[in-house]
Design a protein around this ligand. Structure first.
Ligand SMILES: NC(=O)c1ccc[n+]([C@@H]2O[C@H](COP(=O)([O-])OP(=O)(O)OC[C@H]3O[C@@H](n4cnc5c(N)ncnc54)[C@H](OP(=O)(O)O)[C@@H]3O)[C@@H](O)[C@H]2O)c1
Length: 309
């Protein structure tokens, strides 16, 4: 039986080594060099080519290489009896906390302005709000969103959170479902998207959403590019509906040279680096799930295919 990695845009030798450190006897192969497709029972994937998993008739389960699973669920041909799971780790959470805190503070304290001013030897102070006067709204209170919200709250920001099902989190005002979405937005200045990409959340960062934020407002998208309607963001920036955006994810990655976002001084761009999975940290989870799949047990961090996350 074998476990395969299918991630064409990643260097996978570190992954193979990390798996072998956990279990030296495990048969690990890296796509496309697969000796015998019939032996493959578990696949770990990231941006896998469409239909590539059709080649493995005895596949029992598939794990995402990261926290998101949209690349797996959009593969309509993955049989219903193939279970899907993902990885979650303390370093994924820590990195996301760092990224969101860094962007929030950069926005609050005008750091981008000061970096640009320094290049022009310009000495000019800007006013900034106190943390206690800044309302941050976190969309998605899951494995990543909840600790991100808690960290901001502990640092003194006003924090609101929005999820599908109701939650109670100390010192955070929580909202749930579509019915409470407007109330959540109306209490928010910096909107952070940490939702999974599903049919319900695709395009959720549209003009209607942006218009409801408290002014002046910013968005930080660290979830998936498809959450954002690109033309609506450009319109909202051009008409002063919102002040700026910090984007780590894009509908097309790498962001194409011709894309309008590149030329906007009020859009900050990072190349999908907010939180990167470390092989050594999740290898044991993958091996554990591989063994669970072989013995027909429920997987850890299993995805609900109906909910889409
Ligand atoms: N940029 C990067 O480097 C990077 C790295 C890692 C992950 N990500 C992205 O971050 C996303 C979130 O990860 P996670 O591990 O925190 O996910 P998660 O644990 O599955 O949590 C998802 C959260 O979103 C909420 N949600 C889902 N659908 C919703 C809807 N229709 N309306 C309102 N709330 C909804 C869920 O509500 P309930 O709690 O009620 O279920 C839950 O709180 C991933 O899917 C991935 O796309 C990006």
């Amino acid at each position: 039986m074998s476990l395969i990695f299918v991630a064409p845009d990643r260097s996978l030798s570190a992954w193979k080594d990390a798996i072998h450190k956990v279990d030296p006897n495990l048969d690990v192969e890296i796509w496309p060099q697969i000796d015998n497709p019939k032996r493959v029972q578990f696949a770990v994937c990231w941006n896998q080519p469409k239909h590539v998993l059709d080649n493995y008739p005895n596949l029992k389960a598939v794990s995402s290489l990261g926290a998101g699973v949209d690349h797996l669920l959009e593969d309509d041909f993955l049989p219903a009896d193939v279970n899907i799971c993902r990885v979650v780790s303390s370093s994924l959470i820590q990195q996301m906390k760092e990224y969101v805190l860094g962007t929030v503070i950069s926005i609050q304290r005008n750091f981008v302005h000061y970096i640009r001013q320094k290049d022009q030897q310009q000495w000019q102070a800007h006013t900034h709000p106190l943390a206690s006067d800044l309302a941050i709204g976190i969309m998605g209170l899951g494995k990543l969103g909840k600790p991100v919200a808690q960290q901001l709250s502990e640092l003194g920001y006003q924090v609101n959170g929005w999820s599908r099902s109701p939650k109670t989190i100390e010192n955070i005002s929580t909202f749930a479902g579509r019915d409470e979405f407007s109330a959540f937005l109306q209490k928010t200045q910096i909107l952070v998207c940490l939702l999974p990409l599903t049919d319900e959340t695709n395009g959720i960062l549209d003009l209607e959403t942006l218009k409801q934020l408290q002014s002046p407002s910013w968005i930080i998208n660290v979830a998936r590019g498809e959450h954002l309607v690109d033309e609506d963001l450009i319109y909202a920036l051009d008409t002063d509906i919102i002040k700026g955006a910090w984007l780590d994810v894009f509908s097309e990655e790498p962001l194409p040279d011709r894309h309008a976002f590149w030329n906007r001084s009020n859009i900050m761009i990072t190349p999908h680096i907010a939180s990167i999975t470390q092989p050594s940290e999740v290898a044991d989870q993958i091996v554990e799930n591989y063994k669970r799949a072989l013995s027909g047990m429920e997987l850890n961090y299993e995805v609900d295919r109906q909910k889409g996350y």
